[in-house]
Unconditional design. Structure first.
Length: 121
C-alpha cells in the first residue's frame, strides 16, 4: 500500500507547510503540491490519483483541500473506490478503507448536500 498526499495552497497556508507536516505525520510517502485553482479539474490532483493502484491511499489534510463541492466530492470518492483506492482525511479523521470511515463519509456527504439544498431555498 502506498499513501500519497495531496496538498492545496490556501490563504492561511500559502506554501502548504501545515498540510505537509500533517500528511508526513500520517505516513505519506510523497506529497503532491497544488497552487492552482481547479478542484476536480486540477492537473496535480489528477496526476496524484492516476499514479495510484488498488489498495493505495490518497491522503489530504482536510476534505476542503480537494476544492470540491459536496456532490463532486461524493462522485470523486466513488470513482476512487471503484478503482480500489481509499481516501484518508486528517481533519476530520476519515479513512474510506474502514467501514466506519465509509459510513462517516456518507453522513458528511448527506449533510453537505442538505446544507447546499437549504442555501438554495
Amino acid at each position: 500500500m502506498t499513501m500519497v498526499g495531496y496538498a492545496h495552497a490556501s490563504p492561511d497556508d500559502p506554501v502548504c507547510l501545515n498540510q505537509l507536516e500533517r500528511l508526513k505525520r500520517v505516513g505519506c510517502t510523497s506529497v503532491r503540491l497544488d497552487w492552482a485553482d481547479g478542484g476536480a479539474s486540477s492537473r496535480v490532483l489528477r496526476q496524484a490519483v492516476d499514479g495510484l493502484k488498488p489498495g493505495d491511499v490518497l491522503a489530504v489534510a482536510g476534505l476542503d483541500r480537494l476544492g470540491l463541492q459536496a456532490d463532486e466530492l461524493t462522485e470523486f470518492v466513488e470513482r476512487l473506490g471503484a478503482r480500489g483506492i481509499h481516501l484518508r482525511s486528517v481533519t476530520p479523521a476519515l479513512d474510506t478503507a474502514s467501514p466506519r470511515g465509509k459510513a462517516f463519509f456518507g453522513m458528511l456527504a448527506v449533510f453537505a448536500e442538505f446544507r447546499e439544498t437549504r442555501s438554495r431555498a
